[in-house]
Design a protein around this ligand. Structure first.
Ligand code: NAD
Length: 490
C-alpha cells in the first residue's frame, strides 16, 4: 500500500518539498512507518516567505470581522472533522484516542474560535497629558512570523500559536514537530476549504535543525513563537537575539504537586482524599506524562505520606496501558523509540541514585498489533533527594517521584528547588494557606485543588528555564503586534 505523503502548504497549495525527499513517519503504538514526511529545507522556506510576503499586503488590511469570520469557518471545519482528526492524532502521537477526542481536537477548534472572538474585542491604549497632548498606541501586525510547535499536543499547540498570529493580521510560517506532523497536514486542506487566503498561513514539514532553523534565521521573519525543549529554546534564542527578532519561548518543566495533610480534615466529606489522589494521578500521568504541565515531583505532608502513597500506587496501578486505538486505554504509547530510551535511562538513573521503584519501572510489551510499540509502565519512585538528577531534569514521561515534607517552609523550598518554573499544583483545604503558598511559588502557573483547568484569557507561560514571555488572551495578541505610540500635541 502506498503511504500518505505529508507535504507542505505554501501559497494556498499542497506542494512537495523542492528537494522531493521524504522520511518515514512512525506510528508509536506499532513502531512501524505508516506515512512519509516532507524533508523540507531553506528552499521551501524561501518559497513560503515569498507567498507570505505577497499575502501580507492584503491580509493586514483585511477587516477584523473578515479575519474573524474565516477563522470561525476553520474552527467549524475542525469540529466537523473532529473524529477523523482525533483518530489521526492518536495514530501519529500514540496518545489514547479518547484523550484526542476529549482534549486535543476540541481544544484546537476552541483556540481558533477564541482568538477569532478576541481580535474583535482587542483595543489599544491612549494616554492624555492634560491640556497638552494625547498619546495613542497603534498595535499593527508584525509581518511574517514563525510558529514552531512540539509533538506532545500536536494540533492543540499548533493552533494555540497560529490562531493569535493570524487573528492579529500576520502571515505565518508554521512548523509542527517532525515526530507528529499529521494533523497539521490535515489542517492544510481545512484552511483551503475555509477560504483562508493563499499565503496567509504556510505550513512546512521536516526536521528542526534543518527547515526549523532555516525558518528562524530567515531575515524576513520578524517574530518567533516557539514551544519545545529548554535546550532547543536556548539555541533558537542564541540565533534570533542578535538579529533582534521578537521571541516567545515556552519551554520545559519539572512541576511539583504539594499535598497538605489537611485534605483529610473535611469529615464527613471523605471524598476529598480520594478525589485528590485521582487528580494527582491524572496530573502526573495524562498523555503518558508527556504534557509540559504534568506533575513529576509529588510532595506529601508527612502525617498522610504513607496513606497517600498507598492510595496513589493503587490508583496508578489501575491505569490501563494499551493500544491507543482502544477507547478503554488510559495510557498509550510513548512518542518515539528515542524518547522511550530516554525515559528508561532516567528510571535506571533513579535506581542508581538510590531511588526505590514503588510501581512500574519497566517497558511494557503489548500483544498483537502493538507488540513492537513503545510502551512504559506508569512509574512511581521514592527515596530520592531534591538535588539528584532524577528530581532536577525533565524526564517528560510516565514517571513521578514522591517525597514527604514536614512544614510549609520545607514544601516551598522543595517546590521551588529546580531551575524550572512552569506549573505547580497545591492541594489543601486551607484557602488562606493556598493563597500565601501560591504567592511564594516561582511558577508561571499555579493550580490550587485542580489541574489543567484552563481559561484561554489567562496568561500562560513559565519562569526561570521554563520560558520567556506569556501566551494566552491579550498577551498573545500583544506578542503578535508591534506597538507604536503616537503623541499629538494640542
Ligand atoms: P524540541 O525542542 O525537540 O522540538 C520542538 C520543535 O522545535 C519541533 O518542531 C522541532 O522540529 C523544532 N526544532 C528543533 N530544533 C530546532 C532548531 N534548531 N531550529 C528551529 N526549530 C527547531 O521539543 P519536543 O521534544 O518536540 O517537545 C518536548 C518539549 O517541549 C518538552 O521539553 C516540553 O516540556 C516542552 N513543552 C513545553 C510547553 C510549554 O508550554 N512550556 C508545552 C509543550 C511542550
Amino acid at each position: 500500500m502506498t503511504k500518505t505523503k505529508i507535504i507542505n502548504y505554501i501559497g494556498g497549495e499542497l506542494v512537495p518539498p523542492v528537494s522531493n525527499t521524504f522520511f518515514d513517519n512512525i506510528e508509536p503504538a506499532t513502531g512501524k512507518p505508516y506515512s512519509l514526511t516532507a524533508d523540507s529545507d531553506e528552499q521551501d522556506v524561501a518559497n513560503a516567505v515569498v507567498a507570505a510576503e505577497s499575502a501580507f499586503n492584503t491580509w493586514q488590511l483585511t477587516s477584523i470581522d473578515e479575519r474573524a469570520a474565516v477563522l470561525m469557518r476553520l474552527a467549524d471545519l475542525i469540529d466537523q472533522n473532529a473524529e477523523a482528526l482525533a483518530q489521526a492524532e492518536s495514530v501519529d502521537n500514540g496518545k489514547p484516542v479518547s484523550l484526542a477526542q476529549q482534549v486535543d481536537i476540541p481544544r484546537a477548534s476552541s483556540n481558533i474560535r477564541f482568538f477569532a472572538h478576541a481580535i474583535t474585542q482587542y483595543a489599544s491604549e491612549s494616554h492624555t497629558m492634560a491640556n497638552e497632548a494625547i498619546n495613542y498606541t497603534l498595535r499593527d501586525p508584525i509581518g511574517i512570523v514563525a510558529c514552531i510547535s512540539p509533538w506532545n499536543l500536536p494540533l492543540y499547540l499548533f493552533t494555540w500559536k497560529i490562531a493569535p498570529a493570524l487573528a492579529a493580521g500576520n502571515c505565518v510560517i508554521a512548523k509542527p514537530s517532525e515526530i507528529t506532523p499529521m494533523t497539521a497536514f490535515l489542517l492544510s486542506s481545512l484552511c483551503q476549504q475555509a477560504g483562508l487566503p493563499p499565503g496567509v498561513l504556510n505550513i512546512l514539514h521536516g526536521y528542526g535543525h534543518k527547515v526549523g532553523e532555516a525558518i528562524i534565521t530567515h531575515p524576513k521573519i520578524k517574530a518567533i513563537s516557539f514551544t519545545g525543549g529548554t535546550k532547543t529554546g536556548a539555541h533558537i534564542a542564541s540565533l534570533a537575539a542578535p538579529k533582534f527578532k521578537k521571541l516567545s519561548l515556552e519551554l520545559g518543566g519539572k512541576n511539583p504537586a504539594v499535598i497538605f495533610a489537611d485534605i483529610c480534615n473535611d469529615e464527613p466529606d471523605l471524598d476529598t482524599f480520594d478525589d485528590v489522589v485521582t487528580q494527582v494521578a491524572r496530573a502526573s500521568f495524562a498523555n503518558q506524562g508527556q504534557i509540559c504541565l504534568c506533575s513529576s515531583r509529588i510532595y506529601i505532608e508527612r502525617p498522610i505520606y504513607e496513606k497517600f502513597k498507598r492510595a496513589l500506587i493503587a490508583k496508578v496501578s489501575q491505569l490501563n496501558v494499551g493500544d491507543p486505538k482502544d477507547v478503554n486505554t488510559q495510557q498509550g504509547a510513548i512518542v518515539s523509540q528515542q524518547h522511550l530510551n530516554k525515559i528508561l535511562s532516567y528510571i535506571q538513573l533513579a535506581k542508581e541514585e538510590g531511588g526505590t521503584i514503588l510501581l512500574g519501572g519497566e517497558q511494557r510489551y503489548i500483544e498483537g498489533r502493538c507488540n513492537e510499540g513503545y510502551f512504559i509502565e506508569p512509574t512511581l519512585i521514592e527515596g530520592l533527594p531534591l538535588n539528584c538528577r532524577t528530581n532536577q531534569e525533565e524526564i517528560f514521561g510516565p514517571v513521578a517521584t514522591l517525597q514527604p515534607f514536614d512544614n510549609t517552609e520545607e514544601a516551598l523550598a522543595l517546590a521551588n528547588g529546580t531551575e524550572y518554573g512552569l506549573a505547580a499544583t497545591v492541594w489543601s483545604n486551607n484557602i488562606k494557606r493556598c493563597h500565601s503558598f501560591a504567592q511564594q511559588l516561582d511558577f508561571g502557573i499555579v493550580w490550587v485543588n485542580t489541574w489543567l483547568m484552563r481559561d484561554l484569557r489567562t496568561p500562560f507561560g513559565g519562569m526561570k528555564q521554563s520560558g520567556v514571555g506569556r501566551e494566552g488572551g491579550v498577551e498573545a495578541l500583544r506578542f503578535f503586534t508591534e506597538a507604536k505610540n503616537v503623541c499629538i500635541k494640542y
